[in-house]
Design a protein around this ligand. Structure first.
Ligand code: NAP
Length: 319
């Protein structure tokens, strides 16, 4: 008699290459694609000990608690704000993600957005393509050298961006919930005070309820008409309506955005603005980072079923 393959519940999309690796050892039930999700759970819930998805997958308490034998949730990606971590914590369910391996690429894009936005690189590209080179040149931009880069969320990615910005002669300051003991950049316990002190405010904090709209109209006003906002973290960090209105009326100088509230529908009002650089959640979108994320994601699932344990568990804060 052959041993049945272990079964996984995919709460959301699983990238094709990761899926192909998982299918070598596991049966995957696509909860996200099921026409009748309740019927699927009725058939397989008792056999599911591991649930998978990307950081975009919704895993509410109702889904977690519908799986009585769930022991591990494995995420392809860094953020986990769409997972009810209190429900995981209550049942000691392990959460794994794929941190570290994409940080350099995300930090590269964060620094690229700083430079491209402040130096108006995309506007210059449009200017050249529009055949305007023979006329009067574009207005000057500002230099980044000597300017202060305020980082909200000085974690793995924020630290990488700080190192890059130092190489461009920028000064670093930051805001976290708590001061780091391993850096001597000026720390602000108030995001508002950091915004007042920054020429460029860069967001690299996680999404979720605790950080929703941490950049509101007051923070945007503090950054002001000469200020630049860069968001490499999550769209939910920013009150998007307030940001769009400030960019349109000039009360915010410029913005470089890799993320939006609704990633599939960035605000169209931004499309015509030359002081805005837009990107499509491209931080980790390199072959190298995504390959490493795939391998780490699969290693976390394999570690669970082999009994060797998770490679990169997330430490869940006590609710
Ligand atoms: P990390 O190492 O956990 O760093 C997050 C930082 O945010 C920490 O320094 C943390 O410091 C700070 N923070 C958390 N909650 C905060 C709050 N309420 N107010 C102020 N600061 C807060 O995470 P990471 O690996 O650098 O990733 C950061 C985020 O980047 C991810 O969560 C994800 O949303 C985003 N990301 C984006 C892309 C992309 O493609 N654009 C790719 C990967 C990740 P304290 O704990 O002291 O507050």
């Amino acid at each position: 008699m052959t041993t049945p393959m272990p079964e996984l519940l995919a709460a959301g999309f699983v990238p094709d290459d990761a899926r192909a690796l998982l299918l070598q050892n596991y049966l995957i039930h696509d909860y996200c694609l099921a026409a009748d999700r309740t019927a699927l759970l009725g058939k397989v819930a008792d056999r599911i000990s591991c649930m998978v998805g990307t950081s975009h997958a919704e895993m509410p308490a109702a889904l977690i608690n519908a799986l009585p034998n769930l022991r591990q949730v494995s995420i392809y990606g860094a953020g986990h704000e769409k997972i009810d971590v209190a429900a995981l914590h209550a049942r000691n369910i392990v959460l794994t993600n794929t941190p570290f391996v994409m940080c350099d690429d995300v930090a590269d894009l964060g620094m690229t957005l700083v430079l491209a936005t402040v130096r108006r690189v995309v506007a210059a590209d449009r200017f050249v393509r529009a055949g305007l080179c023979a006329g009067p040149g574009m207005p000057f931009s500002h230099s980044v050298r000597g300017k202060t880069l305020g980082i909200a969320g000085l974690g793995r990615i924020g630290l990488g961006i700080a190192l890059r910005a130092l190489m461009f002669g920028m000064k670093i300051a930051y805001h976290n919930r708590s001061e780091r003991s391993d850096v001597d950049y000026p720390y602000y316990d108030s995001l508002l005070e950091l915004a007042k002190a920054s020429d460029v405010l860069l967001l690299a904090a996680p999404g979720g309820a605790a950080t929703r709209h941490m950049v509101n109209a007051e923070i945007i006003a503090a950054l002001g008409p000469q200020g630049t906002l860069i968001n490499i973290g999550r769209g939910s960090l920013v009150d998007e309506a307030a940001m769009v209105s400030a960019l349109l009326d000039g009360s915010l100088g410029a913005a470089g955005l890799d993320v939006f509230n609704d990633l599939a529908h960035p605000p169209e009002a931004l499309f015509k603005l030359d002081n805005v650089v837009l990107s499509q959640h491209r931080g980790s979108a390199t072959y190298e980072s995504r390959g490493a994320m795939r391998d780490l994601f699969v290693a976390n699932v394999n570690g669970f079923f082999a009994g060797t344990g998770p490679v990169t568990p997330v430490t869940l804060a006590t609710p």
